[in-house]
Structure formats: structure tokens, C-alpha cells
Design a protein around this ligand. Structure first.
Ligand SMILES: Nc1ncnc2c1ncn2[C@@H]1O[C@H](COP(=O)(O)OP(=O)(O)OP(=O)(O)O)[C@@H](O)[C@H]1O
Ligand SMILES: [Mg+2]
Length: 261
């Protein structure tokens, strides 16, 4: 888990770097810059509860964007580095995804580190976050994103934790000053269970969209071991792809409305 101060400094630094790297010429001279109109879309996947599927969602979203031909980066703020492990396992012949192990650069002096830059052409950034995210760190991550996806697992503990986390997001300084689109996704769902019905009622009672439910399947575990997402797989499991569709549609709708502004 990151300390608030460290994450705060670091979130600002990565967003500075994203803008700086996009303005530089191909000679990479900080003094000679061009203005780029490309602003990457930044998707934040977060929930203070550990193990709810943040990294699984980050890697699958990144795989979706990359296979769509979007230059994609994952920025991993979690010291566990699970998204970076996933990238390490990924066959270089697969659709390229750039990785930034943001958790390794948590000193104030690293704010201009070249290693934090996403490639200038990057159009999609997916932010993986640590469990326990709250306070200033959470607010800074919200500020550094365009929209937020919150995975929630059907369990009493997770539902209570999600309630607190969603409240923290809505009350955060960043959200209060610039409200972002938020959606929740039920993950590791076994549909015919009482606890799933409870989660469904809870998510439907929120004032934010509950966009899809992803089933509990080893399919994600196996794909993850090989650095793959659903979108990479040639023999796609139709059931899982269908479950992802509403989330991908919601994300594409958010991207479209942001780009129309
Ligand atoms: N829909 C699913 N079906 C089955 N297993 C899943 C599913 N989603 C995630 N998992 C598995 O659950 C475990 C936790 O998922 P994941 O690492 O994505 O959660 P996390 O929120 O990133 O955890 P942490 O808070 O520790 O970073 C992993 O082993 C992952 O493969
Ligand atoms: Mg994780």
C-alpha cells in the first residue's frame, strides 16, 4: 500500500510526464517542443478492497485497447506489481502494451524521470491501483483519470467495503471539483446465489451505473498467467466476451463523449 504523500507526488509526476512526452519532438529535446492535440484516455480501475479484480480488469482492458490498434500503456501504482508481471509474461508478438512500474518511482526527485514516460503516441492508459487507496492518494488518482471503473465481488465484506469506497470517491476533492464518469462491475459472480442477488440490489440502488457482471471462471486465471486478456484469444469464450460487452460499450461511449467536448 502506498503512503498518501508518495502516491500524491507520483500521480502528479506521471501526468506531467504524459503531457511532456507528447509535446516533444522526435529528437527528444525538452527545449524544442511541438504541441500535440492527442490526449490519451486514462481509465482508472480502483477499489480499496484487495483481491476484487482490479488487475484482471486492467490487463483485460489494456488487451482490448491494444488489439483494437490503440497504442496502450498500463501504469501500475501497486507495489505488488501484478500488472507488470502480467506484461512480463506476455508474448512480445502479441499486441504491444507499454508498462510503467509507477510504484518503483515514488520519490519526489523522480518527477522528471524519463522512465515514467509513456510513448508519445499513447492513446489509452489504464491505471492499476493498490488496495487500501484512500484520502489524498485516491483524490490524486481520480484527478489523473478520465473515468473510473470499480470492481466489486459478491461478499458481505466486499459490499460494505465498496459502499465506503464509493462514498470516498464521491466525496474526494478531485471528484467534487470535477466529477468523472464512474461505473461499477460485479466480478467473480455466481449468479444463482443469494449473495449475488444482494450485490445486484446494492449496485442497482446506487446512483452510478452498474454495467455488467463477470462470472467466476478459471479462464481469467489461466489467461493472466500467460500475459493474455480475453481480446487476445483466438478461440474466444463467447460467454465471457458477451459479459464484457456492456463494459466495453460504456467505455467507448465515455471516450466518444470526451472526444466530442
Ligand atoms: N472473474 C474471475 N474469475 C475467477 N478468478 C478471478 C476473476 N477475477 C479475478 N480473479 C482472480 O482473483 C485473484 C484476484 O484478482 P486480481 O489480482 O485481479 O485482484 P486485485 O483487486 O488486483 O487484487 P489486489 O488488491 O491484491 O491488487 C486473481 O488470482 C485473479 O486471477
Ligand atoms: Mg492488483
Amino acid at each position: 500500500m502506498l503512503s498518501n504523500n508518495k502516491t500524491q507526488v507520483f500521480t502528479r509526476s506521471i501526468m506531467d510526464e504524459v503531457i511532456v512526452s507528447q509535446q516533444e519532438t522526435k529528437f527528444d529535446q525538452p527545449t524544442a517542443r511541438i504541441i500535440s492535440h492527442i490526449q490519451p484516455i486514462r481509465v482508472l480501475v480502483a477499489n480499496a478492497k484487495g483481491g476484487c479484480g482490479k488487475t484482471t480488469m486492467v490487463t483485460n482492458l489494456a488487451s482490448y485497447f491494444a488489439t483494437q490498434g490503440e497504442p496502450t500503456a498500463i501504469v501500475d501504482y501497486d507495489p505488488q506489481g501484478s500488472s507488470m508481471d502480467w506484461l512480463t509474461a506476455r508474448d512480445p508478438k502479441r499486441a504491444k502494451i507499454h508498462g510503467i512500474a509507477a510504484f518503483k518511482h515514488q520519490t519526489p526527485n523522480s518527477t522528471r524521470s524519463y522512465s515514467l514516460r509513456v510513448p508519445p503516441s499513447t492513446s489509452r492508459i489504464v491505471l492499476d491501483t493498490p488496495a487500501g487507496l484512500s484520502g489524498h492518494s485516491l483524490s490524486d488518482m481520480i484527478q489523473a483519470s478520465d473515468f473510473i471503473v470499480i470492481p466489486v465481488i459478491p461478499s458481505a465484506i466486499d459490499i460494505r467495503a465498496a459502499t465506503r469506497f464509493i462514498r470516498d470517491v464521491l466525496l474526494s476533492r478531485a471528484y467534487q471539483s470535477n466529477a468523472k464518469a464512474i461505473a461499477v462491475v460485479a466480478n467473480r459472480v455466481k449468479k444463482n446465489t443469494l449473495i449475488y442477488q444482494k450485490l445486484e440490489r446494492f449496485l442497482n440502488s446506487l446512483n452510478i451505473p452498474f454495467i455488467t457482471s463477470l462470472r467466476d471462471t478459471q479462464h481469467y486465471v489461466r489467461a493472466s498467467e500467460e500475459g493474455l486478456g480475453l481480446s487476445d484469444l483466438p478461440r474466444r469464450n463467447d460467454k465471457d466476451i458477451l459479459e464484457w460487452q456492456p463494459m466495453l460499450q460504456w467505455i467507448e461511449d465515455q471516450i466518444h463523449s470526451k472526444q466530442m467536448k
